[in-house]
Design a protein around this ligand. Structure first.
Ligand code: FCB
Length: 460
């Protein structure tokens, strides 16, 4: 179904699913892969709620071909997956490990043979451990190492991959990893988090520049976990603005205008050393994307008083200078405790349309973890609440498109139940269940629903 708004006819919405390397691949010690910060973090007692790690995960490193068959059965246009940096450069610098690049070349060729476009993410949080030992993202040199790595991957795959994502959710990588300490590398140092955020943006821009200098036609963007901040009482306005600035403006303003938002600059002296931002850095970030990836799950609803009930946003409380607040989801929540509110996506898409009406938007993640996937007598999983969640968010995307917002892709997180970071295997986001013992894949009812929805739109 194409959409016509005024005189503009847009091609049909594209469908995709997503995974990331550490969450699905396993095989962490194979074919020369080096250790990443997630291997190290998982090995520390108490870091992962069920004491698990990604050493086996879904076994997708070996099962990649049958996973791609699942994508064919779904009928998706695109697969968003990530390359593990420590497979390509086991120590984070130096010459490439050919076996690592061979693997991703097979995946890309397998996708193209099936008529599915690869959307390659270069960094979905698995930093090579030696780079963390040298200072990690708070250390400026990591940004240059990242650009070198991007150059190596592009040199091997750039003739077949048009669509590149540099960094996934720099907010999570910097704030959860370096301030809240709940993600790898587990540091609790707000000043380091601000430096990490800046260097992730800089690394993105340097990688984008490197890819474009090799191929000016490459489509390079990044995926941000943007959200809508809802404020429930007047006294929460100030923290609301601060959280909005750290979550959204911190990334959107430099990308469009080449400067950080006022609210972030006001916080910056409290956050550490503003001199990490050097002359010319933000000029490089400005205009560095030709598409923007939007990962949306939930709004952040905050109040001035009360207890936080979990959910994204509260980690910002780790920062000095942020006014006190509570995260207070309302109504139905997911197994993660995240409020279900598709209108948050509507408001976010409207905001992004005003931010830059010419920027192609791709929903690069949307999905739900459920506490109670129901097993049918035949052993398959019935997940009506997932279907309902996806249907409602998809309806928001359709409506936005009919109002002229240039959303091109809707990506479900995730193809498979997988390793959900600090939550281990306790949170299941997949359209496909993965047997923890055998690795067997069992599509859920939501998989069938999505396949039918894609087919209906294609035929209609
Ligand atoms: C996003 C991550 C993704 C997955 C989902 C649930 O923040 O990008 O890897 O963990 O959340």
């Amino acid at each position: 179904m194409s959409v016509t708004v005024g005189r503009v006819t847009r091609p049909p919405l594209q469908f995709a699913t997503a995974t990331s390397s550490y969450q699905v691949e396993g095989a962490v010690g194979e074919h020369g892969r080096g250790p990443s910060i997630w291997d190290t973090f998982c090995a520390q007692p108490g870091r992962i709620v069920d004491g698990s790690d990604g050493s086996i995960a879904c076994g997708s490193y070996h099962r990649w071909s049958s996973d791609l068959d699942l994508l064919s059965a779904l009928g998706v246009d695109t697969y968003r997956f990530s390359v593990a940096w420590p497979r390509v450069q086991p120590t984070g610098s130096g010459p490439p490990n050919p076996a690592g690049l061979d693997h991703y070349e097979r995946v890309v060729d397998g996708l193209l043979e099936r008529g599915i476009a690869p959307n390659v993410t270069l960094y979905h949080w698995d930093l090579p451990q030696p780079l963390e030992d040298a200072g990690g993202w708070p250390h400026r040199d990591t940004a240059s190492r990242f650009a070198d790595y991007a150059t190596l991957v592009h040199a091997r795959l750039g003739d077949r991959v048009r669509w590149w994502g540099t960094v996934n959710e720099p907010w999570v990588a910097s704030f959860l990893g370096y301030a809240a300490g709940v993600h790898a590398p587990g540091r609790r140092d707000p000043a380091a988090a601000f430096a990490a955020a800046h260097h992730l943006l800089l690394g993105h821009a340097l990688a984008a520049e490197a890819i474009r200098s090799a191929d000016p036609a490459a489509d390079v963007g990044l995926a941000l976990n943007l959200t809508t901040v809802l404020v429930d009482d007047e006294e929460a306005f100030e923290p609301g603005e601060q959280i909005d600035a750290l979550h959204n403006g911190l990334w959107l303003d430099p990308l469009r205008d080449g400067r950080y938002p006022r609210t972030v600059l006001d916080l910056a002296p409290l956050l550490g050393d503003p001199s990490v931002v050097r002359d010319g850095d933000l000029a490089l970030v400005r205009g560095s994307v030709t598409w923007l990836g939007v990962n949306y799950y939930t709004p952040i609803r905050i109040a001035s008083h009360g207890e936080s009930h979990g959910g994204p946003g509260q980690e910002v409380a780790a920062f000095p200078g942020v006014a006190p607040f509570a995260v207070a989801p309302r109504g139905a929540v997911t197994a993660m405790g995240w409020e279900i509110e598709p209108l948050g996506l509507r408001d976010l898409l409207d905001r992004l349309h005003s931010w830059d009406p010419t920027m192609p938007l791709h929903i690069t993640e949307n999905g739900i973890a459920l506490p109670d996937d129901v097993r049918r007598p035949d052993g398959s999983v019935d997940d009506p609440a997932r279907i309902d969640y996806l249907r409602r968010h998809l309806a928001v995307v359709d409506t936005a498109r009919s109002r002229g917002v240039d959303v091109r892709t809707y990506t479900v997180w995730s193809l498979l139940d997988n390793f959900e970071w600090a939550m281990g295997y306790t949170q299941r986001f997949g359209l496909v269940e993965v047997d923890p013992l055998t690795g067997e894949r069992r599509p859920k009812a939501s998989f069938t629903w999505l396949a039918e929805e894609i087919a209906r739109r294609r035929d209609g």
